[in-house]
Design a protein around this ligand. Sequence first.
Ligand SMILES: Cc1ncc(COP(=O)(O)O)c(C=O)c1O
Length: 430
Amino acid sequence: MPPLYERDLAAVASVLHLRFYPLATTKGEGAWLVEEGGRRLLDMTAAFGAAGLGYAHPAVVEAVRRAAGEMAGVSALFGASPEVVGFAEELLALLPGGTDRKVYIGHAGSDANTAAIRAARAGTGRSRVLSFGGSYHGGLGESQGVSGVYVAGGLRPEPGLAQVPYPHPYASVLLPDVLDQVDRELSAGDVAMVIVEPVTNDGGVIVPPDGFLKGLRERCDRYGTLLCADEVKVGLGRTGTLHAFEREGIVPDVLTLGKTLGGGLPLSAAVLPAEVDAAAEGAILLTTIGNAVCAAAGRAVLSTIASERLWTRAEVLGDRLLTGLRALAGKHPLIGDVRGRGLTIGVELVRDRETKAPAKLETALTVYRAFELGVLTDYVGPGSNVIELTPPLILTEEEVDLAVEVIDAALSDVEAGKVPESVIGPYKGW
Ligand SMILES: Cc1ncc(COP(=O)(O)O)c(C=O)c1O
């Protein structure tokens, strides 16, 4: 174990651990992290998506340097600064559906979704929220209380929460049944907002059938409910369009963003209808929200993604990655399903392709072995058996091929019984 990791264990609280292997790095560059001692690791997680533009992207470095030197403001609670106002204006300009919207600027996906829920309740005068099984919207407050993964784990849900299964073809959860349940819940007229991930990651990287978002849009319109697309993880190009919701030709009322948005800094956004925002003045007050340095990073991220049309890269590279991984299914009986959209991809490992029984241990061992071989991945899903790949959007073809090669080798080693169970002992994972 590297000395830096030991110091981390001694000083940094395990309250914040989500560890899959002893990762300790001293530098990042592009899609790569560098360990103490110089070993280079290809990061196919982008740190759970937060390094969506890769590490130390020159545009972000330059923007942060300049903004930190100017320090035009550290809190939008307190007043206006050019970086924060510019960030909000530039984000709104990238959205369809008119300009009558306002931007909450936060630190994390969790507070952006909490802001969205509070504003929706204030703006509609209704209290209930509808979310989906297996969803992840945050680790704090209201965003946690509507997250399917936490509710399934025993956390007390938000009062009045309606939860409906996420449509999942591989698990035979069918779209018409899901939409019928949504209809029943919304028809009472007391649901303020439906919150949905256009592709759900932590629930097992599930790509819903076409028509899901459209079906939600129609029902929300029918019952006067707001529709929130939580694009914290899959927004800003990752799924092959700038906004994931574009694929279905709908526009949500509320959009939340985070992770990639900050270029590695803590930055999130909730785009709200102006009249909803007006009903919720001061509903979420965290001192350093609307921080000028983070906003400057966000402006650099938005302009890089738009000018380089990184969503087209995500589509091309995602197809290559999906094809490469699907080709492995022929030789690895552990692979039950490979699915994804753009650069958000899941590889579900099963004990038996008939029963689809989750290969939980083998998944943890494969992820560990890939780390030993130089590629970072993680795993998600209710059975902890879906290898998750959400690499930086600036990946190259060669890096995609390397990742496939290493996952192939890791699976072979696990299947051959070469990776002892003891290696994953201290790493609880997801
Ligand atoms: C879809 C989605 N929403 C919200 C969040 C919460 O974001 P954060 O961890 O930045 O609070 C996450 C985090 O994984 C997420 O995947």
